[in-house]
Design a protein around this ligand. Structure first.
Ligand code: AMP
Length: 258
């Protein structure tokens, strides 16, 4: 596994490997089985798999969240070696944002809703870093989780809007045994919060209507940010203490319910 820490080395690598197909999995590290599922899919579908680890500051609306975001680079590198990926890209902030974030991608509609309504500038940061990483890694396919459904939709829309020549592959949400969607932030939950957290998925998938879901989650101790429908999905964001959890499920059509 090649460890690439500069854009210059990445360019050398992509020149060497051209014209082989590159599968790309962008992450912020603290890798768990959700990330592993994206990586496994990429390994299956491409001759080369590149994973990036970059905790992207521009997508954090709360300084505290950025400061406490888990950093486990050595552990992550061991996991990636075991998975058999070809290269990991660990860019530095100054290289990615040599323009001081003066240029950014702004989507004007969906990014103002749901998570975007509660996290100012979040999706500008996400879309900008993803565009930069796509231009650097030049993947044939890039892999994103349905866990972050709004992010996935925005990235698909950005690829279409800018005629980017790559395929976005969406991958299902990987969950803990009790249903909690895996997330790097879960490690920050205290034991009691971790027990309550399982109630998020259980409640949204219980078949109750939105008002009943709100009542039950509030009763369990969640502070709800939003519960809303996007496409055929029910999206939820809720906090336990300072830890913000998001999840979503596919809504069954009337036909399937019968
Ligand atoms: P992150 O490191 O949290 O930025 O996530 C990197 C990628 O992994 C994104 O495409 C996420 O949607 C995806 N991902 C995170 N958690 C999960 C999960 N539990 N199941 C599937 N994909 C996930």
């Amino acid at each position: 596994m090649k460890i690439i820490q500069s854009i210059e080395s990445l360019n050398e690598y992509t020149n060497q490997t051209y014209p082989q197909e590159i599968g790309f999995v962008p992450t912020m590290g603290a890798l768990h089985l959700g990330h592993v599922s994206l990586i496994a899919q990429s390994i299956k579908e491409n001759s080369i798999t590149v994973v990036s680890i970059f905790i992207n500051p521009t997508q954090f609306d709360q300084k505290n969240d950025l400061t406490h975001y888990p950093k486990e680079t050595d552990k992550d590198l061991d996991k990636l070696r075991n998975l058999g990926i070809d290269a990991v890209f660990l860019p530095k902030y100054n290289e990615i944002y040599h323009d001081n974030y003066n240029f950014r991608i702004h989507e004007n509609q969906l990014s103002n809703q749901y998570c975007g309504a509660h996290r100012k500038g979040h999706f500008d940061g996400v879309l900008t870093v993803v565009m930069k990483l796509f231009n650097l890694v030049k993947p044939t396919r890039a892999y994103f989780g349905e866990k972050d459904y709004q992010q996935l939709s925005l990235i698909k829309n950005m690829v279409a809007a800018f005629f980017l020549d790559l395929e976005i592959v969406s991958c299902p949400t990987i969950r803990e045994n009790d249903g909690l969607a895996m997330s790097s932030r879960n490690s920050r939950l205290a034991t009691e919060q971790r027990n309550i957290a399982a109630g998020l998925y259980k409640t949204i998938s219980s078949g109750l209507d939105i008002n009943e879901i709100k009542e039950r989650l509030t009763h369990l101790g969640f502070k709800i940010e939003y519960i809303e429908v996007l496409d055929n999905r029910l999206l939820v964001a809720a906090k336990l203490g300072n830890i913000r959890l998001i999840d979503n499920i596919q809504i069954k059509s009337n036909k399937e319910n019968k």
